[in-house]
Design a protein around this ligand. Structure first.
Ligand code: FEO
Length: 384
């Protein structure tokens, strides 16, 4: 696939994977993107997962024709990209490897070789002339590992952005960008908002018309504008939309009924509402919804004098990723000693900028007159 006169897409689609990073369901598969610049010198930007190394090397070889690769630019050492670096290095022993110093340390860790006689250590702002194109390397630590760099081609106004602006899904999956990009960003990079902000600031000083990530489609025009606007919000932990995520876990259905009632009361008050059963939904998607919306209602059963495990996992998913700046309402259930609200507050105590809507709703088994009245008052407070 030709992206410009000199740049080809040579990535692969992974339709075999069940869990990306061992935890994220990817019904649409996954793409590991790689690019080839054919100039006076030839440069490959990023490799692919080892399981697809053979396919990638053949694609690369076909795209090169009679030429040899001069450089492999290794922007990120996570094995979904670097898994085939060593296979490349063995196949083309004359090619140079270009990466940050930290990335070469990781190559030693992964491959037992840091390619000392054929490496180019890319310092911040270093340039690699290829002929008509010159690549400029910019570090992007923690987007999403510490060794990451991105590469800018001023001739094409093009940024090779590593994991930034990626999404779940193979490239032949027909789906909108935003939902799977959000689930990918919040799940994988969400903790590192400050570092993403720093990269956006660096990129803001460059003329960029095209972004080539390591996952998902190449972004240009309106798609790139949309992605930049969303990344700006995600990196600042700002909600995308006014609305309430009602997230619940329930053992015999009484807490579920309370959550559904709260959702209905909120909708009556004009709120956009998303409702998730945390024991049955895709948890990373529910976490991403909590970051998308401005408000969050949590409803759960007391369990072993603590909170129900699915809710605990959900709250861990939020706190691990720096959840902050939201309004939160709490609903607890407990037949003899309801303590779930206290437990949820404890798990959320490290989150910055949360405000809690009153009252906390307490059920003692099924909804009753008193808890219904509390639920209505909570709906009023969350709808404000
Ligand atoms: Fe797609 Fe952080 O690797």
């Amino acid at each position: 696939m030709k992206l410009t006169d000199d740049i080809l897409y040579i990535g692969v689609n992974d339709r075999e994977i069940d869990l990306f990073e061992g935890q994220y369901v990817v019904p649409g598969g996954m793409a590991y993107n790689s690019y080839l610049i054919l100039d006076g010198k030839t440069a490959v930007v990023d490799a692919v997962d080892a399981r697809f190394g053979g396919e990638w090397l053949e694609k690369l070889s076909a795209a090169l024709g009679a030429r040899q690769p001069d450089y492999l630019i290794v922007q990120h050492m996570e094995p979904d990209h670097s898994g085939s670096v060593d296979a490349f290095a063995r196949r083309w022993p004359e090619a140079k490897l270009v990466a940050t110093a930290k990335a070469f340390t990781m190559m030693q860790q992964f491959f037992g070789d840091d390619y000392v006689n054929r490496r180019i250590v890319a310092a911040e702002g270093a340039e690699l002339p290829l002929g008509r194109h010159t690549l400029r390397f910019l570090s992007a630590p923690m987007v999403h590992w510490p060794e990451v760099m991105v590469s800018y081609d001023a001739k094409e106004k093009l940024l090779f952005s590593a994991d930034a602006f990626g999404k779940f899904g193979a490239l032949d999956t027909d789906e909108p960008w935003t939902d799977e990009a959000r689930r990918y960003y919040i799940g994988i990079v969400g903790k590192y908002g400050a570092q993403v902000k720093a990269l956006l600031k660096k990129a803001g000083g460059l003329a960029i018309e095209t972004v080539c990530p390591t996952h998902g489609p190449v972004l240009r025009g309106a798609a790139l504008e949309n992605a930049l606007a969303l990344y700006t919000k995600w990196a600042a932990y700002e909600p995308e939309a006014e609305g309430v995520l009602v997230a619940y876990s329930s053992v015999y259905g009484h807490t579920r009924l309370a959550a559904e009632k709260l959702a209905a009361l909120l909708r009556e008050r004009g709120c956009l509402v998303e409702l998730r059963d945390l024991a049955r939904c895709d948890l990373p998607e529910a976490v991403a919804q909590a970051f998308r919306l401005s408000r969050l209602a949590l409803a759960t059963t007391t369990y072993n004098a603590d909170i129900y495990p699915a809710m605990k996992r959900f709250l861990d998913g939020l706190t691990e990723r720096g959840f902050q700046n939201r309004r939160v309402g709490l609903v607890e259930n407990g037949s003899w000693a309801p303590t779930a609200a206290k437990g949820m507050l404890k798990l959320l105590e490290g989150c910055k900028g949360l405000s809690f809507a009153e009252p906390t709703v307490t059920l003692r088994g099924a909804l009753a007159a008193e808890s219904e009245a509390q639920l209505t008052a909570l709906a009023d407070a969350l709808a404000e």
